[in-house]
Design a protein around this ligand. Structure first.
Ligand code: PHE
Length: 453
């Protein structure tokens, strides 16, 4: 491990728009378009959304800002940034946990991401035409428990490699600057289609008229946990991106833009999905199958449904791609800096490792697999352990690091770049020291409890 004093010039984001496209691209993912709508559906709609918004504001956003601060100040990968800011301490463990979480999330996330390619092809070729709803369910069950997802997963991973190849400015930034506006355009089209369907009002009511009787304790915990996952925080992704942010940027305002973009897209995904689901009289509480089973049924009944279906899965694909590259980057930045290899070699090593993990995850979904423990497949474990355990621990530790370990003037300095206000530091430190850690600790303990029940 080389600890050079003279750092070579580092890659970095070249514009504010590029930075926001990349970071919002990381945040906006399957979490927004696949998971958010179905957990809203399972938890009774709008009252849940309200709790989710509060979680984003009080916990997700402060953690996001903390990652940017540590990343930009540390100016290196997730492990080394902590080594620089707190030498000879155990805090770099946060970075290590992040790298473990990155492998775990990539393991299951790329499998679902691969589904989007298959479903895009099925939609555009009108393969659902004439199918009954049982056949659509069967199509999904057969596909997801077979071996075909492995091929799509590998294709998806290789497509991410294309984006990652050019580095930050000439890779991630270059592609996300085009992909993210495309994603917004598609979602707006889908929203217009959904809200102009006869009978759409009921779906909008489900989304926006709060019914607090539906709200359970587990819904609150789901909301908090999901705010972490959705903002890509708690595992060093935003920290790594933060290390590539120029000193000119105002981190607080960039963080707010990202949180707003992420929340807006999740809400728009809800508006694109629920009015259509209600308009065709389909159950909104379908769970994880909502997107791959319920929606093809919806598109089948809709005029021009195969085109809108294809657009929807393209949207899901773009969202997943821009998230997957950000998770990859945590590992690649680490490998290049700590093992002292060039980006190409780091990319090759990481890709091979991720392909192996993803194949194992995908195999754990097949029947008669031995890759299942305690009633959950390995695939489910990767999801549960990363979202319910590693992300909250990472978020909690980084808040404590910022609140109690990092020097106050360093935090103030990072916060005041590109902005005049110093008062924000005090407010921010109060949130980081007390409010956020408490909330995260509660979610974490309950999340752990749920895992072993
Ligand atoms: N935020 C992404 C989503 O909503 C997932 C993600 C989690 C990305 C953690 C990076 C890190 O789908």
């Amino acid at each position: 491990m080389s600890q050079k004093t003279a750092t070579p010039p580092r890659d970095g984001f070249s514009s504010r728009f590029g930075l926001i496209a990349a970071a919002a691209g990381s945040a906006v993912g399957l979490g927004n378009i696949w998971k958010f709508p179905y957990i809203v559906g399972e938890n009774g709609g709008s009252a849940f959304i309200l709790i989710y918004l509060i979680s984003i504001l009080c916990v997700g956003l402060p953690v996001l800002l903390a990652e940017f601060i540590v990343g930009r100040r540390g100016g290196a990968n997730a492990v080394r940034s902590f080594k620089k800011l707190a030498p000879n301490t155990k805090w770099p463990i946060i970075g290590w946990l992040g790298i473990i979480a990155a492998f775990m999330i990539l393991g299951f996330y790329t499998v679902i991401a691969g589904y989007t390619i298959h479903y895009f092809i099925l939609s555009i070729t009108n393969a659902f035409s004439g199918m009954t709803s049982e056949q659509i369910t069967q199509t999904f069950n057969q596909f997801s428990s077979g071996y075909a997802p492995i091929i799509y997963t590998i294709i998806f991973i290789l497509l991410s490699v294309i984006v990652l190849f050019g580095g930050i400015k000439n890779g991630i930034e270059k592609y996300t600057k085009v992909l993210m506006p495309g994603l917004v355009g598609i979602i707006i089209l889908l929203v217009i289609r959904a809200v102009t369907l006869p009978g759409a009002g009921e779906g909008l009511q489900f989304l926006f008229k709060p019914d607090f009787s539906q709200l359970s304790m587990s819904a609150i915990l789901d909301a908090l946990g999901h705010s972490f996952f959705s903002l890509s925080v708690g595992m060093g992704t935003m920290l790594t991106y933060g290390s590539y942010i120029s000193k000119k940027e105002n981190l607080a305002s960039v963080s707010c833009s990202i949180a707003i973009a992420d929340t807006m897209i999740a809400l728009l995904a809800g508006v694109a999905i629920f009015p259509a689901v209600f308009a065709f009289g389909i159950d909104p509480t379908a769970g994880p199958g909502l997107v791959f089973i319920t929606l093809p049924n919806v598109f089948l009944q809709m005029p021009g449904g195969n085109i809108f279906g294809a657009l929807f899965f393209l949207l899901l694909f773009i969202a997943a791609l821009t998230s997957v590259v950000s998770i990859f980057e945590v590992i690649i930045t680490y490998v290049t800096e700590e093992l002292n290899v060039n980006r190409r070699k780091a990319l090759l090593l990481t890709t091979l490792a991720v392909i192996v993990i993803s194949i194992v995850c995908s195999l754990s979904q097949t029947p008669n697999t031995f890759l299942s423990f305690n009633g959950h497949s390995l695939f489910d474990w990767m999801d549960l352990l990363s979202a319910n355990v590693l992300l909250p621990i990472g978020g909690l530790l980084i808040m404590l690091f910022l609140g109690f370990v990092m020097k106050k003037d360093e935090v103030a300095d990072e916060l005041s770049q590109g902005s005049k206000s110093i008062k924000t530091t005090m407010v921010y430190l109060t949130i980081t020291k007390f409010i956020a850690p408490l909330a995260i600790a509660i979610v974490f303990l309950t999340g752990i409890q749920a895992l072993f029940h």
